[in-house]
Design a protein around this ligand. Sequence first.
Ligand code: HEC
Length: 167
Amino acid sequence: MGLALCSCAAFSGNALADASGDPKAVKNVNGQYYDKEGSPTFNIGNDGTVDYYTYSGYLRFNSMCIVCHGPDGSGSSYAPDLTKSLNTINYGEFLAIVAQGRRNISASTEFVMPSFGDNKNVVCYLDNIYTYLRGRSDGVVGRGRPEKHEPKPPAAAKAENECMGTS
Ligand code: HEC
């Protein structure tokens, strides 16, 4: 399959608001796209087809995070709007927060983000979830289930089985 790396002009306008920098995909390794810093990123084809990891991240977000962070990552009365959070939280910080959890002790009501460091349903899909939320945050992945996505790369299935311990 050809590498249709999107050079959409619309991306550049949002790049400054992305804490991980320019989200433009410069590399594709087994279906996962990376930006020039080496952080996972999304890639959307001209016909709206999203990369597999964006799609997978959408599914994983909906099973593990939606209960607090709301549909499409847009936040709730309990937990922050992650589409805004990624304007200030970069990839490394994202990984640390999700692995360690977070507790807001200054608020009169205590808001707790659980630690997911031991949860394989999250740990094995962290890059997927990040890729999806980055696309949401940069305004290129819309609300709801992406209509079209690239097929699941064999490497993704292999990595998933190894991480989940099902291979
Ligand atoms: C039980 C509820 C709950 C679940 C489930 C949950 N979170 Fe959170 N999350 C929170 C709360 C509450 C905060 C804010 C904590 C604080 O005030 O410091 C938070 C904060 C965050 C932040 C930091 C946001 C910021 O702006 O500081 C990130 C990133 C995050 N969550 C990602 C995730 C991801 C990814 C998942 C799914 C794997 C997830 N969360 C699941 C409750 C939850």
